[in-house]
Ligand binder design. Sequence first.
Ligand SMILES: [Zn+2]
Length: 138
Amino acid sequence: MRFAQAKCKFCGGSATAQWEDADPQEAVDRFIPMIACNPCADAYRQRNDSGSEIVSNCYRLSRASKKERAEIVGDIRTALVVLTRTYAYAMMHILRSQSVLWSEDFAQRLIESPEKASEILRQYRAEVRRMAKQGIAA
Ligand SMILES: [Zn+2]
């Protein structure tokens, strides 16, 4: 096993690259620029996992009959409140922002337009990126 100090591709912070002695040099050269530090890797994983769970909950809701919707909407709302908060905190870490943009309205928008879940997440990311760039506290 070999190690080298590398730079995180997301934040530029220090990260440790690690590879097997037998790995070809060209594979190592390709892999080192893709290294992420642990906090960035965790934040991206959390964002991606919570994002796909949000989309799958919304998909279930959008496919439900009126009767079924009435039965599942409460549980889905509870799940979406937790998932959107996780998503929002992950984006805060990704953007190195000092504040998190989140309220229950985030879950409510998804409940109202579940078929637009991916679009709502995309708009959210654009909004927090814009705010982080301008240094606006949420
Ligand atoms: Zn990083």
